[in-house]
Write a protein that binds this ligand. Structure first.
Ligand SMILES: *[C@@H]1O[C@H](CO)[C@@H](O)[C@H](O)[C@H]1NC(C)=O
Ligand SMILES: *[C@@H]1O[C@H](CO)[C@@H](O)[C@H](O)[C@H]1NC(C)=O
Ligand SMILES: *[C@@H]1O[C@H](CO)[C@@H](O)[C@H](O)[C@H]1NC(C)=O
Ligand SMILES: *[C@@H]1O[C@H](CO)[C@@H](O)[C@H](O)[C@H]1NC(C)=O
Ligand SMILES: *[C@@H]1O[C@H](CO)[C@@H](O)[C@H](O)[C@H]1NC(C)=O
Ligand SMILES: *[C@@H]1O[C@H](CO)[C@@H](O)[C@H](O)[C@H]1NC(C)=O
Ligand SMILES: *[C@@H]1O[C@H](CO)[C@@H](O)[C@H](O)[C@H]1NC(C)=O
Ligand SMILES: *[C@@H]1O[C@H](CO)[C@@H](O)[C@H](O)[C@H]1NC(C)=O
Ligand SMILES: *[C@@H]1O[C@H](CO)[C@@H](O)[C@H](O)[C@H]1NC(C)=O
Ligand SMILES: *[C@@H]1O[C@H](CO)[C@@H](O)[C@H](O)[C@H]1NC(C)=O
Ligand SMILES: CC(=O)N[C@H]1CO[C@H](CO)[C@@H](O)[C@@H]1O
Length: 458
């Protein structure tokens, strides 16, 4: 990253994040070399994918985070790498159902990638999904939306989206919160971006169904304060969705919060005031009591979080950032100062989990722990990256009227596309071999942000 951009980040973050006291303890020496991070598990050689133990959804989250990194920092170093990944996994129908994944792909796996495309659309990511064609990132997000809307299942529980796409996969009977929450978020962001009422209707219907069934629980749907913004994990069609799996995850809350924040900005209806409750839950249920730092309460204290769960805080961090972006305009959703304070405390805690050891950046998992907890990995890096980017002033989230797009297309979603294999098109710029490791890219992005903060005396 250029020194001037770096200084910009540091200057912006310095007073916000750390006040007058030095908080970062990580020693990012000039020799810091992230090649060691590959020993975590070298990224697969397939663009966009990470090797085990990282599932398809987390690869989508990584690309989404890197698009957000570019948008927040103006550092385009990884844009070719990001575009290559987002293109390669598109699949024949340009819907993030590539043949290699479809056997086990769930609705939530697919929507994580669609949300990455949505982020690219909102910030005007400069590279198009398919070179030389008028397909836009918006079109890709719409393709996924339209497929998932068609999977809305009125046949059981009066609606909802199943976890799995195919009946032969385990979990087909589970109507999980991640799938619906991501669909809600995608619909809400599409409504915000396009102004198309179809998306608003689906967003509203999805949130209402979630509340009715008791997944996104609201004590009293007519209580305009909507204090109870608890989000539970899911429910099963075999019990007619009468029994709720009540475990709570930061990511499930985050995806509903994001949907509500965009929804409130699009139409300040009472329904989206539910966002207030989601913020309150982030601030209570998921916050360590003593220091007010976001924590994965269901597993972090016992150190039992699995690989997926270690990445969940990335989603909540992002949702808090999106809410913070809108909150000055809709302060009834969240008090802007209090929200920023929650983000800043968590970002501080996150930096305390990062250190450079033998030239490699390592970030632990539990931001509420005052010492490096040694549990490092891709999901932890993505979580720290997102909360640090959340602590910076937010770049404008565009709409179709304001965001620049990489193509000049105005067409609606193209769910029937057959022309592209989704692989790198002949005109795609090749990714430099030494950048072809997505784990490294996430680590470098994170290191760049940390280095900026330190280099300029934060
Ligand atoms: C690397 O991948 C193997 C499986 O291929 C897995 O068992 C191991 O936990 C992974 N290591 C790390 C540090 O992620
Ligand atoms: C699908 O798997 C094959 C074999 O590993 C690989 O060559 C190809 O690049 C993969 N395609 C995608 C889109 O991941
Ligand atoms: C399912 O029900 C919703 C109303 O809850 C309605 O909008 C939708 O058209 C129905 N879908 C189908 C396929 O019947
Ligand atoms: C709104 O979005 C839906 C779903 O993608 C699409 O079918 C419809 O044509 C759009 N309407 C307009 C006016 O663009
Ligand atoms: C909330 O208000 C609506 C419209 O006034 C009403 O139809 C609904 O039954 C009320 N819900 C509850 C839980 O009171
Ligand atoms: C709304 O809910 C909150 C929290 O449950 C409660 O304190 C408040 O009294 C309720 N307001 C009304 C008008 O019912
Ligand atoms: C929505 O957010 C924009 C900033 O992107 C702001 O200008 C506008 O006033 C907000 N609208 C509402 C209703 O909150
Ligand atoms: C979080 O809770 C604290 C303590 O009750 C309160 O002061 C603060 O305003 C809350 N923050 C948000 C974002 O609601
Ligand atoms: C897109 O722009 C190019 C160059 O300005 C132009 O040649 C092409 O016709 C445009 N395509 C569409 C679909 O508008
Ligand atoms: C959809 O995409 C395919 C392949 O790129 C293209 O041939 C077709 O014209 C597109 N259809 C629309 C309606 O944009
Ligand atoms: C830079 C660019 O190509 N902008 C186009 C993005 O798409 C809109 C329509 O949705 C066009 O009007 C812009 O010219």
């Amino acid at each position: 990253m250029s020194p001037s951009k770096c200084m910009g980040i540091a200057q912006l973050a310095s007073p916000l994040l750390f006040g007058s006291t030095l908080a970062i303890q990580v020693d990012v020496s000039s020799t810091a070399d992230l090649t060691d991070t590959s020993k975590r598990n070298k990224s697969s050689t397939i663009p966009g994918l990470f090797d085990q133990p990282y599932y398809f959804w987390e690869s989508g989250l990584a690309e989404d985070s890197l698009v957000y990194y570019w948008a927040q920092t103006d550092d385009a170093t990884y844009n070719e790498l990001i575009a290559e990944a987002l293109r390669f996994q598109l699949g024949d129908n340009m819907d993030y159902m590539p043949l290699n994944q479809t056997k086990s792909e769930g609705n939530d796996d697919q929507s994580y990638w669609a949300l990455a495309a949505m982020t690219a659309a909102e910030y005007g990511f400069p590279l198009a999904p398919v070179d030389g064609q008028s397909t836009s990132w918006l079109n890709i997000a719409e393709n996924v939306f339209n497929e998932q809307a068609a999977r809305w299942d009125n046949g059981t529980c009066g609606g909802g989206l199943r976890w799995q796409i195919f009946s032969f996969d385990n979990g087909y009977n589970y109507k999980n919160t991640f799938s619906k929450g991501n669909f809600f978020q995608l619909a809400s962001r599409l409504a915000h971006f396009t102004g198309n009422q179809t998306y608003s209707n689906w967003a509203s219907q999805t949130l209402q169904w979630s509340i009715k069934v008791g997944l996104a629980f609201s004590q009293d749907e007519n209580n305009s304060t909507f204090r109870a913004g608890t989000v539970f994990d899911g429910t099963d069609v075999s019990t007619g969705c009468t029994e709720i799996n009540r475990i709570q995850w930061t990511a499930a809350l985050g995806t509903y919060l994001a949907g509500a924040a965009f929804g409130f900005n699009t139409s300040s209806t009472r329904l989206y005031v539910s966002g207030t409750g989601f913020v309150a839950t982030a601030n209570t249920t998921f916050t360590d009591n003593d220091n007010g730092i976001i924590s994965e309460v269901a597993c972090a204290p016992q150190k039992t979080c699995n690989t997926d769960q270690l990445a969940f805080k990335a989603d909540l961090a992002r949702a808090l950032a999106q809410t913070a972006y809108f909150s000055p305009f809709s302060s009834s959703l969240a008090d802007p100062a209090a929200l920023l304070s929650l983000i800043q405390r968590s970002a501080k805690g996150a930096t305390l989990q990062c250190q450079v050891n033998k030239g490699a950046l390592q970030c632990g998992s539990n931001w509420a722990s005052s010492y490096y907890d040694g549990i490092e990995g891709l999901g932890q890096d993505l979580s720290v990256l997102n909360i640090l980017l959340a602590a910076l002033p937010q770049k404008d989230i565009g709409t179709s009227a304001t965001a620049s797009n990489a193509t000049n297309s105005t067409s609606a979603g193209n769910g029937t596309a057959t022309g592209s294999s989704g692989g790198p098109s002949g005109t795609a710029t090749p990714v430099p071999a030494n950048d072809a490791n997505g784990v490294q890219a996430s680590g470098f992005a994170l290191l760049a942000v940390l280095t900026c903060l330190i280099a300029f005396g934060v």
